[in-house]
Design a protein around this ligand. Sequence first.
Ligand code: HEM
Length: 448
Amino acid sequence: MTRLVPGPRGLPLLGSGPDLVRDLVGTFTRGWREHGDVVRFRVPGKELFLLVDPEHVKHVLADNQPIYPKDPQSVGKFEEFVGQGLFTSNGEFHFRHRRLAQPAFQGTRIAGFAPDMVAAAEDLVRDWRPLAWKESTVDIVPEMMRLALTIVMRTLFSTDVSAQAGHIAAAVRTCNAYTNLRLQRFVELPRIGPSRRRREFAAARARLDEFVYALVARRRAQGTDSSRDLLSLYLAARDEQSGYRMSDRQLRDEVVTIFLGGYETTALSLVWTFWLLARHPDVERRVRAELEHVLGGHEPTAADLPRLEYLRAVYAEALRLYPPVWTLSRTPLREDVIGGYRVPRGAQVFISPYLVHRHPGHWPDAERFDPDRFLGKRPGGWAYLPFARGPRVCPGSSIAWLEGPLVLATILRSYRLTVPPTHQVRPRSNVFLYPSGGMPMRIEEVEP
Ligand code: HEM
């Protein structure tokens, strides 16, 4: 026998729609705290389910994954920006592209990215010097975005965009902000002419397209390429049986997919880590002591990472408390039962790593920033999902586990970042988990 799913009543007709639009993170959090691990939100013409129990997460992402493709409504909204790529596709198309991309994400190849990552972070350290002399405050959100974009372009596309990184990152943010607006609307209203937001989105997407098509054309003109970076793998890909090759449009979609998933996420993970360190000086002191002990005076390398154990635990803990991909959504192809509750075919099922990571049944003292919980162990199982799990686990997770600690180590060797005591930070959803009001931080030089 299935039970009635608990959830907020919301307003007559509109249900929880207005709350979800106003504050998605807050509404999901309240829904979970007030109603438990399976929550139903009513919005006009639709049912949304939120799952916070790790067993239920496993049910959707692994055990019953074939009947839980990516939710078509959200995917449709993403497609306007990224088209059909790894992130938005399902079934055979997804499987084929995932197989094509896999070699670009292999461990041995990725370890070779470390010098590029450290060099890009060193460039930022140099750019920040005048700011440090003046003890200026900068919003580190766009700073980390520029850095992470430069790194992903150098490593996966062998292209140096440092000069244009700010412009590209700004265009991606405009596209994401528009996508987010549509995602949070839940109910699609008929469009009456292009709105200002839509015009801005279209212009930003056109700027990105121009950049990406030029990149693809340059590579095609270069002919055979042995770099085995992601772009060359896609360009060389040919299906033995069908003779399938990727068109320029498909290549564009895969590059833009990396724009969507491959750097904003890493950038935000760094932003949240710096913020947590600023708020926990005891943890920061331990990180500095470890850096001093392991690195002495030299720049970090991939070979140092196994010994930078505390720094890696700090990064893991930051990803627990503030996972940049804070929700995933899927839609069952047929009716299902989860935890004794009936989930109808076509419902929108949300899994929130952000809330699963705060589950008191799985994380003792869950709200506390405590990197020690990751020291010498990987706790969590299905309760730890910063990169999701199952067949659609993030292919870039090994890049993030390398890039995050290396960038943190490089910057912390030179600077301490502090937050003005008056600055309030609240997580908000802009596709990914952003700090509301940005993250202004003061850059202070540390004694060598
Ligand atoms: C801290 C950094 C990162 C986090 C937290 C993160 C998280 C995630 C999560 C949770 C998913 C699953 C989304 C879903 O199934 O709905 C995902 C998918 C994906 N990520 Fe990441 N990611 C990060 C970095 C990267 C990087 C560096 C790359 C590549 C350069 C990347 C590329 C992708 C792609 C292409 C997908 C779609 C995979 C598929 O559906 O098969 N990510 N990521």
